[in-house]
Design a protein around this ligand. Structure first.
Ligand code: SAM
Length: 250
């Protein structure tokens, strides 16, 4: 419950912060995590963007029937300002959609916080057509380069502890959870992204994007100070990401 309250307040105050950070992350070829998610989106007319936030994926899907769903009014307002439509305010665990009504569910950087995860996955399977696809990204701990370990370790020390999400443990057993929901895991990959810290603004944006429930404000301030120091060295913060592709079996 504490996470629910935290997420409501966080996204109320910092709408679109995820998009602002992820759209500035790059892999070896210069692509960002949204590009990587979209690469795995199969053809299909109807796409549900679950926990869409400010709807950064909307424009790339202009030729599909699109529906964005999120619980945050502030995020949905940001999505609307960016031209996304239609949008619905709803919880991922109780989707206002008919069974078998979408071909693809995309979910960028949210499965780690959508609870209870088994109910969310069951809802995803319910609204997908048989054979329909779930394509999702979540933050991960690897891959990291040797220098990344030092940078991430320094950041965690500055913040006063590790970053954790409510579904961390569940995501370690994802294949079983998917099967229980009527989905089959068909792709599970990890990729390293880097977020360039080239200015104090870059540092502040990254610090603001971190979920820090239960931490005092001094935690984020210390993290921001550390990131600002890195920005004077033109450093890069590592952002390892896991991409999951699953299909509805029934
Ligand atoms: C890290 S942001 C990701 C936003 C967007 N998908 C992106 O990648 O930029 C997580 C999003 O999940 C939404 N969210 C959190 N709990 C939710 C729930 N139970 N149902 C639907 N959306 C939820 C938040 O409001 C927020 O917009």
């Amino acid at each position: 419950m504490a996470w629910h309250r935290y997420l409501k307040q966080f996204h109320g105050e910092h709408a679109a912060i995820t998009e602002q950070v992820l759209s500035r992350c790059a892999d070896r070829d210069g692509g960002n995590p949204y590009d990587w998610l979209l690469e795995a989106v199969p053809p299909g007319a109807r796409v549900l963007d679950l926990a869409c936030g400010s709807a950064p994926l909307r424009h790339a899907l202009h030729d599909r029937r699109y529906l964005g769903v999120d619980t945050s009014p502030a995020e949905l307002a940001a999505a609307q300002r960016a031209g996304a439509a239609p949008l619905v305010r709803a919880d991922a665990s109780a989707l206002p959609l008919a069974p078998g009504s979408v071909d693809v569910v995309i979910c960028s950087m949210a499965l780690m916080i959508l609870t209870p995860l088994h109910r969310v996955l069951t809802e995803i399977a319910r609204v997908l057509v048989p054979g329909g696809a779930l394509v999702a990204t979540v933050p991960d701990r690897r891959p990291l380069r040797p220098l990344d370990l030092a940078i991430a370790g320094g950041l965690l020390a500055a913040l006063g502890g590790g970053l954790g999400y409510p579904n961390d443990r569940a995501l370690r057993h994802l294949p079983d959870l998917l099967v229980q929901a009527g989905l089959r895991l068909d792709g599970d990959e990890r990729r390293r992204y880097g977020y360039r810290l080239w200015s104090a603004a870059d540092a502040d944006r990254f610090a603001l994007s971190l979920y820090l429930p239960g931490r005092p404000p001094s935690s984020r301030r210390r993290g921001r100070g550390y990131l600002r120091a890195l920005s004077r060295l033109n450093a890069e913060a590592p952002v390892p990401i896991r991409r999951i592709v699953a299909h509805r079996t029934g």
